[in-house]
Design a protein. Structure first.
Length: 299
């Protein structure tokens, strides 16, 4: 297996690096031809950053190239909260960043992306003619507390809703996830690798409403339908959860009928992604059955 690239320290210190090595105004920044993205190609310290900011999703993607010639770092960052905007005076972009090693050969498959860190990236990095990047302090990601890889079966969950309901607010949902109440739901038989941006390995649970709807082949799922995904890191330790809960009948086909949630710690309830119709989630889930992408029947 290829050794992981050193993207974590790079991202965690990006703000400090930009402050120590300010980039000249109008250096290496262009709008894309269709104005959908801002393209950046800049030297930061001794590294070359070739990344793009995508206006529609507020995501940042690209590569970091190193002076010693090692493989470049692949990075993909999504808003850690409300989507940001690129304009003078706007606050730093609060991002949740993932990293990946280069693909050994096409097609790329298997566990690829792993969560790296939450970072604050100055908006001035993407502005043409706005001057050097200001000093900023990076926002480190919380360190997950190791947890067993197997779902505990020696004791019942602390809270088991008789109707299989899943909360659709951050505090209540985090308490629900910590209680493992979802372990009574239908589930995949084991933890499996994933190429989606949900850590390295996952295990998905479907509440009765969503399981029954998927079993009928319904194109739209009922209010209350919910899925919970356990997230595991490359060591096989529980590192957080992702969840989706249907909160209204009509969504106009844009995923706004779903409440989306993702947290990268089993002990700290500060979600990286949260909210109804969160565009970070809907973009990937749009190809699913009413935004549900888990393979069904569950394996």
């Amino acid at each position: 297996m290829r050794t992981r690239i050193g993207a974590l320290p790079l991202l965690a210190t990006l703000g400090a690096t930009l402050a120590a090595h300010p980039v000249a105004a109008q250096s290496g920044v262009r709008d894309s031809l269709d104005d959908s993205s801002i393209l950046v190609n800049k030297d930061v310290g001794e590294e070359r950053w070739a990344i793009s900011f995508h206006h529609a999703s507020s995501t940042v993607t690209g590569n970091v190239f190193f002076p010693d010639g090692r493989d470049p770092a692949f990075v993909w960052c999504a808003p850690a909260g409300a989507p940001g905007s690129i304009e003078p005076g706007a606050p730093d972009l609060e991002l949740a960043c993932y990293g990946s090693d280069p693909c050994e050969g096409a097609p790329c498959a298997g566990p690829a992306w792993s969560f790296l860190a939450n970072v604050a990236l100055p908006v001035s990095f993407f502005l043409v003619g706005d001057g050097p990047a200001p000093t900023t302090s990076p926002t480190p990601a919380p360190s997950p507390t190791p947890a067993p890889t197997a779902v505990p079966t020696s004791a019942p969950p602390l809270t088991t809703p008789s109707d299989g309901s899943v909360p659709a607010s951050p505090d209540a949902l985090f308490a629900f996830l910590q209680s493992r109440a979802y372990t009574t739901f239908a589930a995949e038989s084991e933890v499996r690798p994933t190429s989606a941006p949900h850590m390295s390995f996952v295990r998905t649970f479907l509440n009765p409403a969503l399981e029954a709807s998927l079993a009928t082949g319904a194109r739209s799922h009922p209010v209350g339908a919910a899925a919970v995904k356990e997230l595991y890191d490359s060591r096989g330790e529980l590192a957080g959860w992702a969840a989706m809960v249907k909160v209204t009948d009509s969504d106009g086909g844009d995923g706004a009928a779903w409440y989306w949630y993702e947290v990268f710690s089993p002990t700290t309830g500060s979600p990286t992604i949260e909210g109804v119709g969160n565009t970070v989630c809907t973009g990937c889930h749009a190809s699913g059955s009413d935004f549900v992408r888990v393979p069904f029947p569950l394996q």
